[in-house]
Design a protein around this ligand. Structure first.
Ligand SMILES: Cc1cc2nc3c(=O)[nH]c(=O)nc-3n(C[C@H](O)[C@H](O)[C@H](O)COP(=O)(O)O)c2cc1C
Length: 360
C-alpha cells in the first residue's frame, strides 16, 4: 500500500523523490521586517526528505501582512534569507515552493509600517479576534473594499514576489487560495458582495484568483505555480457552502494556464473534489488533516488509489523532520507540542530530533 507514496513524481521540470508534501505552516519566527531567522534555514533543511516542501505563508507586500512574525518576499533582505533556505533544501536533496499569502480582511493594521486598513473584496467584517503588534486580542476591523487599482496592485505584488522566489532559487510558489484569506474571500459569496467584474456570478468571483494565477504564471512559468483551495472551508469565519460552481469555473478558466498543481483541503463532500480532480489537468494534491488525520494509514491509500497524486502533511512534519524516512523504516512518529507552533524561538522548531534509524 505504501509503494506508490514513496515513488517519484514529476512536477513540471522537477522530479520529486516521493509523493509526500510538507504542508504550508506558519511559524511566526520572522523579525519585524519580515526577515526569516537563521534557524529557518536549519528548520527547512531538516525537513528536505519530503518530496516537496511548501513553506509557511509569506506576504508579497507590506499590505498583505496581517499577522505578527510572518515572513515577506518583497525586500532584498527577505529574499536573501529565502535564498539560503532554498539552497539548504536543495543541498539536502529536496524541493521547495514558497507559499504567498495576502490575509485580506483577517489580521490587524499594527503589523504594517504605515498601519493601513485591512483590504478585502467587500467591507464585511469577520467575526474574529485578531492579535495586535503589542499582543492584545481585539475584534477584527471592518475591512475597506478594494478598488480596481488595489486589485491590479495586489496582482502585480504577487507576480513580483514570485519573481523574487525564483531569483532566490525556490522551485516555485504556491498561491494561498484557502482558509479564508484574500483569494478565498474573493471566491466566496459570503465575503464577496461586489457587483463589478470581480463579483456577482461564479465566473466573476473566480476572476481575481484567475487573474492572479495568470499574472504569476506569465512571470515565472505555469509549471512553477501551485494553487491551494479549501472549498466549503469555514476557517476564519467563512461560509462557502453551495459555492461549488465558483470552484468549477475557476478550474476551467485555469485550464490553459497549465499550473504545476492544485492543492485542496479535503472538505466534507467528496463529490466536488472528485470533479475538481477530474477537470484538473496536472498534479492534484490533497490535505486530509482537518477532516481526518495525516497518519500513514490514511494518506497511503489516497495515492495508491489515485484519489490524488500527492498528499500533504502538516503537523507530523513539525515534530518529525525525517517523517518520510521514519514511515519507510516503520519507526514510530513523535507527537507535536501545540504551544510552540506559533512561538518559542528554536524550541519546538529545530529541536525535534531525527530518529537514528531513519538515516540508514
Ligand atoms: C501551525 C500551523 C500553521 C499553519 N499555517 C498554514 C499556512 O501558513 N498556510 C496554509 O495554507 N495552511 C496552514 N496550516 C494548515 C496546514 O497546511 C494543514 O492543512 C493542517 O495542519 C492540517 O493538516 P495536518 O493534519 O497534516 O496537520 C497551518 C497549520 C498549522 C498546524
Amino acid at each position: 500500500m505504501t509503494e506508490a507514496l514513496f515513488s517519484p513524481w514529476r512536477l513540471g521540470e522537477i522530479e520529486l523523490g516521493n509523493r509526500v508534501v510538507m504542508a504550508p505552516m506558519t511559524r511566526n519566527r520572522a523579525d519585524v521586517d519580515g526577515v526569516l531567522p537563521d534557524s529557518a534555514v536549519e528548520y527547512y533543511r531538516q525537513r528536505a526528505g519530503a518530496g516537496l516542501i511548501v513553506t509557511e505563508a509569506t506576504q508579497p507586500s507590506h499590505q498583505a501582512q496581517g499577522y505578527p512574525g510572518t515572513p515577506g518576499l518583497h525586500t532584498d533582505a527577505q529574499q536573501h534569507q529565502w535564498a539560503r533556505v532554498a539552497d539548504a533544501v536543495h543541498e539536502a536533496g529536496g524541493h521547495v515552493f514558497i507559499q504567498l499569502m495576502h490575509t485580506g480582511r483577517v489580521g490587524h493594521p499594527s503589523h504594517r509600517p504605515t498601519a493601513t486598513p485591512q483590504l478585502a473584496p467587500s467591507a464585511v467584517a469577520p467575526d474574529l479576534e485578531v492579535a495586535t503588534a503589542d499582543g492584545q486580542m481585539v475584534p477584527a476591523d471592518t475591512p475597506v473594499a478594494m478598488t480596481v487599482d488595489d486589485i491590479a496592485q495586489t496582482i502585480s505584488d504577487h507576480a513580483d514576489a514570485a519573481a523574487r522566489a525564483v531569483a532566490a532559487g525556490a522551485d516555485g510558489v504556491e498561491l494561498h487560495g484557502a482558509n479564508g484569506y484574500l483569494l478565498h474571500q474573493f471566491l466566496s459569496p459570503s465575503t464577496n458582495h461586489r457587483t463589478d467584474e470581480y463579483g456577482g456570478t461564479p465566473e466573476r468571483r473566480a476572476r481575481f484568483v484567475v487573474d492572479t494565477a495568470r499574472a504569476v504564471a506569465d512571470r515565472i512559468g505555469g509549471d512553477r505555480v501551485g494553487l491551494r483551495l479549501s472549498p466549503g472551508g469555514k476557517f476564519n469565519d467563512m461560509s462557502d457552502r453551495g459555492n461549488e460552481e465558483t470552484y468549477l469555473c475557476l478550474v476551467d478558466a485555469l485550464a490553459d494556464t497549465e499550473l504545476a498543481y492544485l492543492h485542496t483541503l479535503r472538505g466534507r463532500s467528496s463529490t466536488l473534489h472528485e470533479e475538481l480532480r477530474r477537470r484538473w489537468r496536472s498534479t492534484y494534491v490533497i490535505n486530509t488533516g482537518y477532516m481526518g488525520s495525516s497518519e500513514l494509514e490514511e494518506v497511503a491509500p489516497i495515492v495508491a488509489d489515485g484519489v490524488a497524486d500527492l498528499v500533504s502533511v502538516g503537523r507530523l512534519f513539525i515534530s518529525n523532520p525525517d517523517l518520510v524516512q521514519r514511515w519507510r523504516a516503520g519507526i514510530p512518529r513523535s507527537t507535536w507540542d501545540e504551544d510552540t507552533f506559533y512561538a518559542g524561538g528554536d524550541r519546538g522548531y529545530i529541536d525535534y530530533a531525527s530518529h537514528p534509524g531513519s538515516q540508514e
